[in-house]
Design a protein around this ligand. Structure first.
Ligand SMILES: Cc1cc2nc3c(=O)[nH]c(=O)nc-3n(C[C@H](O)[C@H](O)[C@H](O)COP(=O)(O)OP(=O)(O)OC[C@H]3O[C@@H](n4cnc5c(N)ncnc54)[C@H](O)[C@@H]3O)c2cc1C
Length: 525
């Protein structure tokens, strides 16, 4: 009996998902590439919305040549019909629908469609690859909910996706490498960056120099950011933290203060900086919701994978920042290895190690670099002391730090779940994605995987229909549009609730090598 080509659902079309999609498709797998965003590219390859008519969109584009290669590869596969692209599709859960213990497992991926998200479609697949990236961690401080305070990544997204800056005079603050492209990007776009406030002690960078030096390209990137900060006269303020944001109707100023060696604010060092926007971030957290719902093992807050990027759930792979925060090069390498592994394993074979050897080396180096960075960058150890009882911690449910503290000291809560039950912190729209690190810090407990049943709120009507025959028609009613293959700078996009599907047949497999991270040499910024 001949069986049709195996089907892979890739969830997330950022660097990891794109690399995985292309590697799998090039080896004969039929891929459905699904993303919640209106176009592919994820966080790193975010581009201005086409309706904005940006005249020089490449100015804001990182690693453009790598992006162009990915785009060409994807366009060729869409054309050949080996890849189907579903943008504006937000996956809310993945179900294992095949018979338990069957040799060929089957999954149903459920996604809410379009901006209104009132309708769900289902995609069936023999394997699933989770490439859902990460999201930002923001720790609260008095005034952080004022209009004018945005996350660092949010400021970056406004700039790269919407061509707007969050204010005229901006302070960029927090901790982590993301602050550098944010500060330099805002300055280049014409905002006055009043200060880049980083809680890191640069001496720690020197202490981790050995591991960091193993990635000379990253050091060069760091030097180039330093040069750009100098060129734009952005004052760099290390070993400092924002202790308060001030304003009546909206942000008017922030107070920053020096940190002592223990990570405590030094009394009397506060200074006020006038600004109308604050872009603040304290690092990133892997997106693990779908993996948790599928029962995949997690290590701390990241999805556990083996050398082939397989999770411990059969036929489920994970790649990119969902397996740990590590940057775009690591995401591309992991995606590529995952895609190759899927293609081999779905045919019952071991993946050939030889063509993947370089990607394996890139992954190893990038992981060591990420671990070294992780060890040096951290929010101030005693940030909790700056959070007053009146400070709102959970914005969705308007829960203050005082109520969290009371739940711990007065009512005996010893973990985040109990705090949630006693205060409603984390029960709102974002389901704790924003406030969980803060609640854990205030409660004095570890942040553990959240174990959310659904990856996002779902209308009851959709839940009731899930599993019915009507539900099983991927892309029903979505806009069919031919892929835009002409402009190398504009890989295929779709409109709202977009579905891009090639017209060809599955046996045409364009061997573009587009996602091969061993070709990353020409991706320097
Ligand atoms: C806001 C932000 C700004 C950043 N800016 C920079 C920068 O300027 N420079 C830099 O070097 N690095 C930056 N990074 C880090 C960089 O983006 C990552 O290293 C890289 O993009 C990770 O690739 P990825 O494929 O793992 O995930 P991502 O690029 O995050 O892609 C994940 C994709 O999954 C999709 N997704 C998630 N959940 C679902 C779901 N349930 N259903 C459907 N789709 C889903 C998302 O829409 C997204 O497109 C930024 C990160 C963030 C979060």
């Amino acid at each position: 009996m001949t069986e049709g080509p195996r089907r892979l659902a890739v969830i997330g079309a950022g660097p990891a998902g794109l690399a995985a999609c292309l590697a799998a498709a090039e080896h004969g797998v039929r891929v459905t590439l699904i993303d919640a965003a209106p176009s592919v590219g994820g966080q790193f390859y975010r581009r201005p919305a086409s309706g904005l008519g940006a005249r020089r969109p490449h100015v804001l584009h990182h690693h453009r040549r790598a992006w162009q290669r990915l785009g060409r590869g994807l366009a060729a596969h869409l054309e050949a019909g080996t890849v189907e692209q579903l943008t504006d599709h937000h996956v809310w859960t993945v179900e294992r629908t095949g018979t338990t213990g069957a040799a060929r497992p089957e999954f149903t991926v459920h996604a809410l469609v379009g901006p209104l998200q009132e309708r769900s479609v289902a995609v069936r697949a023999d394997a699933v690859l989770l490439a859902t990236g990460g999201y930002e961690k923001v720790l609260p401080f008095p005034g952080w909910t004022l209009p004018g305070v945005v996350t660092a990544g949010g400021a970056q997204a406004m700039l790269k996706g919407g061509l707007v800056v969050p204010g005229r005079r901006v302070v960029v603050a927090g901790s982590g490498p993301l602050l550098l492209p944010v500060a330099t990007g805002l300055a280049a776009a014409g905002a006055e960056v009043a200060a880049l406030v980083e809680s890191l002690d640069p001496g720690r960078l020197l202490r981790g120099a050995g591991a960091l030096a193993a990635e000379p390209g990253k050091i060069a990137e760091g030097v180039s950011y330093a040069a750009r900060l100098l060129r734009h006269r952005v004052p760099f303020v290390p070993r400092h933290t924002v202790v308060e944001a001030h304003g009546e109707e909206r942000l008017e100023a922030v107070t920053v203060a020096a940190l002592g060696p223990e990570g405590r604010v030094r009394p009397g060092t506060g200074r006020r900086i006038t600004c109308d926007a604050l872009a603040v971030g304290h690092g990133m957290v892997p997106h693990t919701d779908l993996a948790e719902a599928l029962g995949c093992r997690a290590d701390a807050t990241k999805v556990h994978v083996d050398d082939e990027q397989r999770t411990d759930v059969p036929a489920v792979w994970a790649a990119g920042e969902t397996t740990g925060i590590g940057g775009v090069v690591l995401s591309l390498a992991e995606g590529h290895l995952a895609g190759r592994s899927v293609a081999a394993r779905l045919r019952g074979l071991e993946p050939d190690p030889r063509p993947a050897a370089r990607a394996v080396r890139i992954r190893a180096r990038a992981r060591s670099f990420a671990a070294a960075l992780d060890a040096v960058y951290a929010p101030p150890a005693h940030w909790v002391e700056q959070v007053t009882d009146e400070t709102v911690v959970c914005r969705c449910e308007e829960v203050t730090a005082g109520r969290v503290r009371e739940a711990v000291t007065g009512l005996g809560a010893g973990d985040v779940r109990t705090v949630k039950l006693l205060t409603r912190a984390g029960m709102g729209w974002c389901q704790g994605r924003m406030c969980e690190p803060a609640v854990a810090g205030l409660a004095g407990c570890e942040q553990t995987p959240a174990r959310r049943l659904l990856a996002r709120p779902v209308p009851l009507g959709v839940l009731a229909e899930a599993g019915s025959e009507d539900d099983r028609s991927p892309g029903t009613g979505a806009i069919d549009r031919p892929p835009e293959t002409g402009a190398a700078d504009r890989p295929p996009e779709t409109g709202a609730a977009g579905r891009t599907r090639g017209a060809g047949t599955a046996d045409r497999t364009p061997g573009t090598g587009a996602a091969d991270p061993t070709r990353e040499a020409d991706t320097a910024p």
